[in-house]
Design a protein around this ligand. Structure first.
Ligand code: ZN
Length: 169
């Protein structure tokens, strides 16, 4: 019987197993060259290009956010949508996926930030702005702060929420 701490959890560590590095390397190489798996993974990682509005501008960007909101509602999710814009181009967009994804953090704004970061290949979204169908909550505004977004706009009146603040709302 092994010793226990005050919480009844075993304190004795399992003996460390010696790992043969040659086997690990062989497995990694086999995984990289497996022809039936590698192309499928590559295809899944590449998102579809985002259709751009014919007349880009704040109204068109907010219309796209509204479209994301409609998609969320149609899917049975919470009715929110958001887009991320850089140099007058939509670089990220998303509906809310809180309900459909069973993820309480998957607000539309956070999902749009994730989409833009994935597409641009960086966590630094400075130079980008966000359009959301509703005023960002504290979590989303903080996510925008961490992403270093320049500004956040919300609602059909395209209200300027300013530069995102840590913990702000
Ligand atoms: Zn939020």
């Amino acid at each position: 019987m092994c010793a226990s701490d005050d919480h009844g959890l075993p304190t004795r560590k399992a003996p460390a197993r010696k790992i043969d590095r040659r086997l690990v390397l062989a497995g990694a190489v086999a995984g990289l060259v497996a022809p039936s798996v590698a192309p499928a993974v590559a295809r899944a990682a590449a998102p579809k290009p985002i259709p751009q509005p014919s007349t880009p501008g704040p109204k068109a960007f907010m219309r796209r956010a509204e479209r994301m909101r409609e998609l969320a509602s149609a899917a049975g999710d919470q009715g929110y949508g958001a887009v991320i814009v850089k140099n007058n181009k939509i670089v990220g967009q998303a509906p809310s996926r809180v309900v459909t994804g069973k993820d309480p953090t998957a607000h539309a704004e956070v999902e749009a930030i994730r989409d833009a970061a994935n597409r641009l290949g960086t966590r630094d979204l400075s130079g980008c702005v966000m359009y959301g169908t509703f005023k960002a909550c504290a979590m989303c505004e903080t996510a925008a702060y961490w992403a270093q977004l320049d500004r956040v706009y919300h609602g059909s009146a395209i209200t300027d929420g300013g530069k995102p603040k840590y913990g702000g709302c």
